[in-house]
Ligand binder design. Structure first.
Ligand SMILES: [Zn+2]
Length: 165
């Protein structure tokens, strides 16, 4: 009797990848961040293609190691992670669910379709605490290079704004 090895399904692999957190923003999974470009399955070999986010963020090695470990723990032995540079990741790829989670975490999510690298938007950056649009930029650099520090003029709370790329 020949053993029939089930062929892995892409959706199952994606489901496992939802467990992998972004090291800088642990409320977000790498799926929420939109950095998984593709999952390629060749019989039992799994190749995960990821797009690097901010070039200043030293998180990609951690993410690649986390992907491998998480898939190993879930029974996938042959895992390769490949970093793909084009197309470049954009903060527009962050899912709507991811934006919601950011706001709940107290970080203003990046505006969509904003000019890359720009902090000056047509729309006001909204305070994640009280929802006010009366906010002002305090510093281009927040708790990490990916974020800018803002202050709400209504509730007076400072907060991080996830910069657009
Ligand atoms: Zn506020």
């Amino acid at each position: 009797m020949t053993s029939t090895n089930p062929i892995y399904s892409k959706s199952e692999v994606y489901k496992v990848l939802e467990q992998v957190r972004d090291p800088e923003i642990p409320v977000l999974s790498i799926s929420d961040m939109g950095i998984i470009r593709d999952v390629l399955i060749d019989e039992k070999k799994i190749n995960v293609e990821i797009m690097p986010t901010y070039s200043g963020c030293p998180a990609m090695d951690t993410i690649a190691a986390d992907i491998e470990n998480t898939l190993h723990v879930n029974g996938y032995a042959d895992v390769h992670v490949e970093t793909v540079l084009t197309p470049a990741w954009s903060s527009d790829f962050i899912s709507d669910e991811g934006r919601l989670k950011l706001r709940e975490f107290g970080i203003a999510p990046p505006q969509k379709n904003a000019k890359r690298g720009s902090l000056f938007h047509k729309e006001a950056v909204t305070c994640p605490q009280c929802g006010s649009g009366h906010t002002e930029l305090v510093s281009q650099f927040g708790s990490t290079a990916c974020k800018a520090l803002y202050k709400c003029e209504d509730c007076l709370e400072p907060f991080d704004y996830f910069k657009c790329v």
